[in-house]
Structures are given as structure tokens and as C-alpha cells.
Design a protein around this ligand. Structure first.
Ligand code: GDP
Length: 439
């Protein structure tokens, strides 16, 4: 669905998910990519500019909420702004009055007749039995097509191929079905001139006084969608939109523009020729699909792993160069908590996989957490200068952490052993050099 728009936007979002630095330059680059994708997909240019300006302004000025990286934040803003364009919630077809009159509008070929069948099927599944009135006097086969469609579904139809007066047909249809819960009016999709068609819609709308006018728009028509939507909504009060043919290679951007143009919500989308190829339109799901959000989520996670890897490398460098402090050890513990045992962490560093110090590989999570509590009672100076931790400091730290002096000493012993083991290992494996030589 929406192949092109989806693909280029997904690529932009992937690129964004892979960026480690988000600054003004990268944001502007991303916004340019989004603009390009939208324009190529036939989204109205004014809309593109408005949308991308909002995305850029918010990305540059809003601070990411706690726990959200700048990159995720920009992705969320793009998602948010696109969803806002379509209205957040899906819009139900709510059958209120009786009879509930739905007037269908749309140009010939838009898929109006097929869609009437789909809506009837949808309503039948909900337990309603709608009736249909054919007021299309222009297309010779309109009545026949509806007859065939409604007969299959055992739906009542009113029409008269010999009557060329659409308004009269509407009046008679209303009378015929006045006791029905739902009446659906099919209208013409073509006239000699567009002006005549729109005039007829205006008059019909006055006569039928519909509870809802649904405009059917072909999802493949691009920019024309906006003009169509505007023309129909000037003549009648368009209450909702149905976009058809979103199964093919539809660019879909035109449809999005149409919605923004007249402000009526999309209620359904058509995704094929069969009666069941029909979905309630859910803006959030639609945009998620369009942006490939599923992929992006896993990409963000992957990118975060890379960041962890960087931190792991940094810590490893400190370890191997002998500059390993308690602060580095705490970093190491944080990573271990996040990523599992030391073994796994070491496996991420080429060349170290098999050479894990025994103490390190035997660390349990409980033990790590115990050590972390003790370290939280240490000062910054102590964390960076473990050698300075003599007896008096040990007593103070133990008291602060609510543990025995021996526990603090055990931690220091573990630290010293690890430091020694790492240093030796660094020499053995890398000739004492730093990790960078391996990278
Ligand atoms: P109308 O002139 O507006 O009444 O349009 P029709 O209902 O006759 O549909 C025109 C053509 O579009 C037909 O060939 C339909 O099968 C086709 N069509 C309608 N809706 C869809 C859709 O959602 N997907 C696809 N692929 N084709 C559709």
C-alpha cells in the first residue's frame, strides 16, 4: 500500500534511526528528505512546506522528554505531525438518526459503486440491512451495476433506468425506504460539464438532507485529489472521505492532501476490487505503516546497541591501558546489567572473547548490585582514585551503604584483581597496545 510514499519515507526514517549525532544540520537534512518524499508522492506543495516547517521547528526547539534520545524524539515528531494531519483517532461510522441517510459523492471511475457495495457489506456485518437508491441518470449502466451488486448481497435497491430526473429519483427513493434504518444514495459521477454535476449534487444534497456525505476519492490520482475534494465540498457538505485503490502502486500523497484541504476525516480505505477489500481507516496505523515504524523501532534498538558497543570499547580501553578506575568498573557493571553477563560483553570486543578473567565471568547480578550500592556511597574522588581508599574511608563507605567493612574490602579486592587481570590480558593479546589497533 502506498508503495512509493512509504518506501521513501521509510528510507528517510531509517537514515535518521542510524544517525548518532542529531544537530541542526542533520535535522535540516532529514526534513529535506521528507519534503522530497512527500513531493514525489504528490502531496500538495503548500502542505509539504507547512508540515516540514512544523517538523523542523519542533525538532530544533523542543527538548526531548526524559528517557528519549534526540533521534527518537525527531522520529516521534515526524510521526506525530503526520498523524495530526489525518486526525488521531479512527472515525466511526455512527448510525444515529433513523433513517440514517448517506449520500455518496465522487467522480466516475473513482470506485464509488464498488465502495457502496463494500459499505453495505460492512453494515451487514454489523447487523444492519441498508437500502440503496440509484440517482445516477447519466451513466447508462449505473442502475444495472448496482442491481447486480445489491442482488448478490440481498440488499433492496430503488432505481428506474427510464427516469432521467435525479431529484425525482431521490424523492421517490426516500419515500420507498422511509422505514429503513439506513439509506444509501448513489449519485452521478459525470455530467456534460463539471459545473452541471456539482449543481446536481448541491440540489440533491438539499433534497436528501443526508446525515453524512461520503466523498469517494481514487487514491491513484495524485494532485487532482485536492481539487476534486475542494469542488465537492464547495457544492455540498462533505462529511467524510473514502480513499480507494490503495492496494496498487498508489502514491497516496494526493489523498492525504485532499484530507488536509477540506478537513473531513478519512473513514475507510479500499484496498482491492473485492467487497472485503475494505478497512476502517486508522490514522496511527496508517502512518506507522507509511513510515515503516516497525522497522524503525528495531533500528533504534540496534543503533543503541552500537552506542553500547562504543561505551564498551571505551571501558575496555581504560581497562587494558591500566587506567581502569572504580568509575570504569561501575560503567562496566551498568553495561552488564543491561546486556547480560560479562562473557557476552567481552564477546563483543574482537580478540577478547575467550579470555575472560575468572572473577569477571563469575559475577552474579546480585553481587553486581551489591557492589553498585557500595559504590554509590563513594565520593567522585574515591571512584576516580581507588588507591586513596584507606581504612577510615572504608569505614565511612560501609556505614553509608549499610554494609560491613569486609564487604567494601571485598569490592576493592575484586577491583584490584580485575584491573590486574585486564592489564595482563591487554599485554598478552595486544602487545600492550590499545583496542584501537584492533578496530
Ligand atoms: P464508479 O464509476 O466510481 O462507480 O467506479 P466503480 O465502482 O465502477 O469502479 C471503477 C473500477 O475501479 C472498477 O474496475 C473497480 O473494480 C475498481 N476499484 C474500485 N475500488 C477499488 C479498490 O479499492 N482497489 C482496486 N484495485 N480497484 C478498485
Amino acid at each position: 500500500m502506498l508503495g512509493n510514499l512509504g518506501k521513501s519515507l521509510t528510507n528517510t526514517m531509517k537514515k535518521l534511526a542510524g544517525m548518532t549525532i542529531i544537530d541542526e544540520k542533520t535535522i535540516k537534512e532529514v526534513v529535506k528528505d521528507i519534503q522530497r518524499a512527500l513531493i514525489q508522492s504528490d502531496v500538495n506543495i503548500n502542505l509539504v512546506l507547512k508540515l516540514s516547517k512544523r517538523i523542523e521547528d519542533r525538532s530544533l526547539n523542543e527538548k526531548p522528554p526524559k528517557g528519549i534520545t534526540p533521534r527518537e524524539h525527531v522520529i516521534t515528531i515526524v510521526y506525530d505531525e503526520m498523524v495530526n494531519l489525518l486526525g488521531k483517532e479512527p472515525h466511526e461510522l455512527e448510525i444515529t438518526d433513523k433513517p440514517y441517510k448517506i449520500m455518496f459523492l465522487g467522480l466516475q471511475g473513482s470506485g464509488k459503486t464498488t465502495t457502496i457495495g463494500k459499505v453495505c457489506r460492512f453494515l451487514q456485518k454489523k447487523g444492519f440491512s441498508p437500502a440503496v437508491v440509484c440517482t445516477d441518470t447519466w451513466r447508462p449502466a449505473a442502475y444495472e451495476q448496482l442491481k447486480q451488486l445489491t442482488e448478490e448481497m440481498q440488499i433492496q435497491l430503488y432505481g428506474d433506468p427510464d427516469n432521467k430526473d435525479a431529484v425525482d429519483l431521490a424523492k421517490k427513493g426516500l419515500k420507498t425506504f422511509k422505514s429503513k434504518k439506513i439509506i444509501i444514495f448513489d449519485t452521478a459521477g459525470r455530467h456534460k460539464e463539471e459545473k452541471d454535476l456539482l449543481n446536481e449534487m448541491e440540489t440533491l444534497s438539499e433534497v436528501i438532507n443526508p446525515n453524512e456525505s461520503m466523498l469517494v476519492i481514487d487514491g491513484t490520482i495524485g494532485q487532482q485529489a485536492s481539487e476534486q475534494a475542494k469542488a465537492f465540498s464547495n457544492a455540498t457538505n462533505v462529511g467524510s472521505i473514502i480513499i480507494t485503490k490503495l492496494d496498487g502502486s498508489a502514491k497516496g500523497g494526493g489523498a492525504l492532501s485532499a484530507v488536509a484541504e477540506i478537513g473531513a476525516p478519512i473513514k475507510f480505505i479500499g484496498t482491492g476490487e473485492r467487497l472485503d477489500d475494505f478497512e476502517i481507516f486508522d490514522p496511527e496505523r496508517f502512518i506507522s505503516r507509511l513510515l515503516g515504524m516497525g522497522d524503525i523501532k528495531s533500528l533504534i534498538e540496534k543503533a543503541e546497541e552500537v552506542v553500547d558497543e562504543d561505551l564498551a570499547n571505551e571501558t575496555m580501553n581504560a581497562m587494558l591501558s591500566g587506567k581502569f578506575t572504580l568509575k570504569d568498573m561501575k560503567n562496566q557493571f551498568d553495561m552488564m546489567n543491561k546486556m547480560g553477563p560479562m562473557k557476552q560483553l567481552m564477546n563483543m570486543i574482537p580478540g577478547l572473547g575467550g579470555n575472560i578473567p575468572k572473577e569477571a565471568s563469575q559475577m552474579t547480578e546480585d553481587k553486581i548490585n551489591g557492589y553498585k550500592i557500595i559504590m554509590s556511597s563513594m565520593s567522585k574522588y574515591e571512584m576516580e582514585n581507588p588507591k586513596a581508599i584507606k581504612q577510615s574511608r572504608v569505614i565511612r563507605i560501609a556505614k553509608g551503604a549499610g554494609v560491613r567493612n569486609e564487604d567494601v574490602k571485598e569490592l576493592l579486592k575484586y577491583y584490584n584483581n580485575t584491573k590486574r587481570a585486564m592489564k595482563g590480558m591487554g599485554k598478552r593479546n595486544m602487545g600492550g597496545g590499545s583496542m584501537n589497533r584492533l578496530m
